[in-house]
Design a protein around this ligand. Structure first.
Ligand SMILES: Cc1ncc(COP(=O)(O)O)c(C=O)c1O
Length: 473
């Protein structure tokens, strides 16, 4: 499929029918743009009106090896022909064991590891919460503002990203204490790295552990090596290691949530491998199954529940998902996608930095490998967040054939497949730049945005003002 090819201004007539029925039957979630998918291959997605788009989202970071990667599809087909389910928690099959062995071998640190399989990121984190409490007998968790760990009632207590995600759901699971993450672009302490000496990490021991986190009560610290939903925030060098030291010095476990940052996205299987830290628990989901739901909690074997019945589920370690996971790991290694993520990420960063020279609304480009984002601002000096401008760019790019997702308060995240062809990456970046140019001109008061004739202005307004959090996972 060639992309982009916009035959009818989206959402076209077929898409509108689905949107209307979806609105009637599907629970309100986090819709990001009116894209109605018919098929997706590699880095191209086709909608139900025959439009094709370049995909910079991977379905929220799920198809790192490209949509319907033939090797993944073959592995799925072969497993479907054999059996699709047999409760790997209650019975045994080799494909589950093989995936666990691969993940345990690949996870950082020399200590023996084990794996608990679930069906999603939130469930992988629930297992991490339970492992930490069950093993330590301690009640408290340290987590970070703008962190995202899921939406079920345990992981939601650790999520500190957006108020809308928590509003009206309290009381949360007790025991979570949030502190600011290392968000240097908008340092909550108004300090500058490196002269700050990682104040945002030191304050945990210097203040929090002397007040609201009695160190003996801390079961675990949950962190994302790069914050995902919170805006693709990359902590400065040394921060992760400092957090590890504070955590372990105080007898607690370190849990790296790699649900979004893992699976080669940053140029290594786990983003935490860019640091010297060795987590006690790592959680994965999203790209592990390339679209077949799976979550994995990889943990130091000494933390194991150790007794039948303490924790389990029905679908975890589903054989089709495990077969997909093994295929994904093979592809990442055999097709050198780690190196490709690094190479393409550097190229993307160069191009984004060139754009930033031209458009003041681009406040900061950041990221590692192909986990990249731009934070948009209304003014380069005050760095005031520009969420409306950001949303317009996302929608405008979509209308011109590039699928994007937002993140954080005013960022757009770029999550192309790790094997996106170079030319397609550049095509996507060209569309992005054109949308940024239009938004920048509008921001300067020369309102150039005109909604396409087939999409009435009120629909456009609908997508930008109805209070959704576009791109929210
Ligand atoms: C870092 C992180 N953890 C956990 C989750 C939750 O994963 P899921 O949506 O599969 O429950 C997400 C989802 O975006 C995530 O980005």
């Amino acid at each position: 499929m060639n992309a982009p090819n916009i035959k009818v201004s989206p959402p076209g007539p077929n898409a509108r029918k689905v949107l209307a029925r979806d609105g009637r039957w599907i629970a309100t979630t986090t819709k990001a743009s009116p894209l109605v998918v018919k098929r997706a291959h590699g880095s191209v997605v086709e909608d139900v009106d025959g439009n094709t788009y370049v995909d910079f989202t991977c379905g929220v970071s799920v198809t790192n090896v490209g949509h319907t990667n033939p090797k993944v599809v073959d592995a799925i087909h072969a497993q479907v022909d054999a059996f699709t389910h047999f409760a790997g928690t209650d019975f045994y099959y080799d494909v589950q064991t093989r995936l666990a062995e691969r993940l345990a071998d690949l996870a950082p640190g020399a200590r023996p590891k084990k794996v608990f399989f679930a069906n999603s990121g939130t469930e992988a984190n629930e297992a991490a919460i339970k492992l930490a409490r069950h093993h330590s007998g301690k009640p408290l968790f340290l987590a970070f503002l703008h962190g995202f760990h899921g939406r079920t009632m345990g992981s939601l207590a650790l999520t500190g990203s957006k108020a809308v995600q928590r509003a009206r759901f309290s009381p949360m699971m007790p025991g979570a204490v949030h502190v600011p993450y290392a968000y240097c672009f908008r340092c909550p302490y108004k300090l500058t790295y490196p002269s700050c000496d990682l104040y945002c990490a030191n304050i945990i021991e210097d203040l929090y552990m002397k007040t609201v986190i009695p160190p003996g009560d801390l079961a675990a610290t949950f962190f994302e090596p790069i914050q995902g939903e919170g805006g693709y925030v990359v902590p400065p060098p040394g921060w992760v290691e400092r957090i590890e030291k504070i955590t372990k010095d105080n007898g607690a476990l370190l849990v790296a949530d790699e649900v979004q940052s893992g699976m080669g996205r940053t140029g290594k299987l786990f983003a935490v491998e860019h640091t010297k830290a060795v987590p006690d628990i790592i959680t994965l989901a999203k790209s592990l199954g390339s679209g077949i739901p799976i979550g994995a909690t990889i943990f130091d074997a000494r933390l194991d529940f150790g007794q039948q019945g303490v924790h389990s589920n029905t679908f975890g370690g589903n054989p089709v998902a495990c077969a997909a996971g093994i295929a994904v790991l093979d592809i990442l290694e055999q097709e050198r996608l780690y190196a490709n993520a690094e190479r393409l990420g550097a190229h993307m960063h160069r191009r984004l930095e060139e754009m930033k020279e031209r458009y003041e609304i681009m406040g900061e480009n950041r990221g590692v490998g192909l986990m990249r984002a731009t934070e948009f601002v209304t003014d380069g000096h005050t760095k005031a967040p520009a969420p409306k401008l950001r949303d317009k760019i996302v929608l405008d790019a979509f209308k011109h054939g590039l699928v994007l997702l937002s993140a954080g308060s005013s960022a757009i995240r770029y999550i192309p497949a790790l094997n996106i062809p170079d030319a397609l990456m550049d095509t996507g970046l060209d569309i992005l730049e054109a949308s940024i140019r239009r938004a920048a001109k509008e921001a300067l008061g020369q309102t150039l945005y005109t909604a396409p004739t087939s999409m009435p202005e009120d629909d456009f307004e609908d997508w930008t003002t109805k209070g959704m959090e576009p791109g929210d996972p």
